[in-house]
Design a protein around this ligand. Structure first.
Ligand code: NAD
Length: 250
């Protein structure tokens, strides 16, 4: 499929997991891809793998929680692979905490990366897409739809991403900009390791309802949804919050 031929995409969190799979998938469908990540080395590895497969890609180190870093990264992306038509906000962090022990700086970091980062990169991309049109695909989570224990900061950040997505979609409804969010369930990525360590006193049985009998999915399965939402096949989709979670939010 060449649904994204001639398009340019920015993918954050492109060094690992869902972001890496999405960068590969968008490139394989014809998009030129700017791979942004906090890990310069990881972004470099992703972009050189995609380039070696014959596609156009560039690596840009970026901390999505830092406005200066984001502005520079989006300008560099536009200069190196072209003005963006597609933004996939995928960078994210999280782990379990007892809320009574969660330090304000840990809360702030999770909100800064997952929520403020999504805002900052979207804001930096808006001037490129408001007149020519474009697509923003954000990453929320099942944790933005249903409460999960020991994830107050993560749930709050992802719930915020959901309402940010809807507000942006509505605000720019008539500007040819579509904005949607994907809510993955359990995906086999390095982040799952972060979420495997329970805080003191927590019981594993309280999180089993968040594990689907279908097991975890692969990041490639989530990437396929990103590619669809980014493509013109999803022309009529805006403000949508799309779950891909093995049924755990039923
Ligand atoms: P991952 O840890 O494999 O990848 C996250 C990437 O984000 C890493 O490459 C990391 O370096 C990058 N990153 C972290 N902080 C950053 C920052 N400040 N600036 C730029 N890049 C930064 O995780 P993943 O599982 O692929 O998660 C991707 C997204 O999917 C996250 O938003 C996560 O919350 C969401 N998600 C994951 C799951 C899951 O089960 N894995 C479920 C629901 C939602």
């Amino acid at each position: 499929m060449n649904r994204l031929e001639g398009r340019t995409a920015i993918v954050t969190g492109a060094a690992s997991g869902i972001g890496l799979s999405t960068a590969r998938r968008l490139a394989s469908e014809g998009a030129a891809v700017a791979c942004l990540d906090l890990s310069a080395e990881g972004a470099e590895k992703a972009a050189s793998e995609i380039s070696s497969a014959g596609h156009k890609a560039t690596a840009i180190a970026c901390d999505v929680s830092d406005p200066t870093s984001v502005r520079r990264a989006v300008e560099d992306a536009a200069g190196q692979v072209g003005e963006p038509d597609i933004l996939c906000n995928i960078a994210g962090i999280g782990r379990f905490y007892n809320t009574h022990e969660l330090k304000p700086e840990e809360w702030n970091r999770i909100i800064a990366v997952n929520l403020t980062g999504t805002f900052l990169v979207s804001q930096a991309v808006l001037p490129y897409v408001l007149d020519r049109g474009g697509v923003i695909v954000n990453t929320a989570s099942t944790s933005g739809l249903v409460a999960q224990p020991w994830q107050a900061a993560y749930c709050a950040s992802k719930g915020g991403v959901i309402m940010f997505t809807k507000a942006l979609a509505l605000e720019y409804w008539d500007r040819k900009l579509r904005v949607n969010a994907i809510c993955p369930g359990g995906v086999e990525t390095p982040m799952v390791t972060e979420f495997s360590e329970l805080p003191p006193g927590a019981e594993f049985k309280r999180i089993t309802r968040y594990i689907s009998p279908l097991g975890f999915c692969s990041p490639d399965e989530i990437a396929a949804l990103f590619a669809y939402v980014a493509s013109d096949e999803a022309r009529y989709m805006t403000g949508s919050i799309i779950s891909l979670d093995g049924g755990i939010t039923l």
